[in-house]
Design a protein around this ligand. Sequence first.
Ligand code: GDP
Length: 298
Amino acid sequence: WHEKLLGGFRRTSDRLVGNLAGLGGARLDEGTLDEIEEALIASDLGPETAGRVRHRLSEGTFERDMEELGIRLVVAEEVESVLAQVARPIEIDAFPRPQVILVIGVNGSGKTTTIAKLAHLFLEQDYAVMLAAGDTFRAAAIGQLKTWAERIGVPIVTGPEGGDAAGIVWDAVKQATAIGTDVLIVDTAGRLQNKRELMDELAKIRRVLGRLNPAAPHDVLLVLDATTGQNALSQIEVFKEVAGVTGLVMTKLDGTARGGVLVAAAERYALPIHAIGVGEQMGDLRPFDAREVSRIIA
Ligand code: GDP
């Protein structure tokens, strides 16, 4: 997976060094520092991180004729310091059980696959897991989640296409409580094009959950497709408003991802990043490790 992940990134500092190649060992004057800062922002690193890198490079603690290694190190250290603040695995600690994890995100972001990956992960940690097919707008979504549930070997509560998502969630919590399920993972519709309806539906799910367990949902995970770059940031904005996000999972970091967006998201929203998706199989979810990811990005 490490190779896969690495393959998905064109290192920010590679781009930077490429940009600087034309400067031919120029000193880090204001113009060069401007260029470095701009290149970092163009890599989606976020203005604050870019500003800190610039500041450190200008302080002259490194060789004045910047070597590739020096730049890489400074970028990696700054990236790691931002990411370390948000790297946090999902804890299963709700009492009474079940812990209810609501999974939200636009269609195509990798929501269904991420639910399957999380179910697989929790099962491996010996938790009893149940799924609820709360995305009733797409028959394909219900079918796809069902197939995953069978493959992983976890129970799933479904309803008819176009059915009431909150009703499915109600049934699922009742069943999960009855059989002693530790984690209930709830899929939801990702219809961002109809914000009002999405908001109403998520609010209704929350009301139903709250009646059965005032602490639920314990987690509201937003799934983001890293290949969408800056778009992922605007999705955080909208979903924070309509759903109250508690944490992020970034998918498709094995693809042609622009990993810098992780740093921008961390910098701007300070939401926990729980895990990253690095493939289409159920084992392809990695805990988010700030050091590992910063070394790959930078
Ligand atoms: P949903 O519409 O949000 O439920 O998205 P899906 O879970 O159906 O995923 C959409 C597509 O992205 C599918 O083809 C998945 O196999 C693929 N996918 C999901 N996560 C990843 C990932 O981490 N890496 C890669 N390469 N593909 C992924």
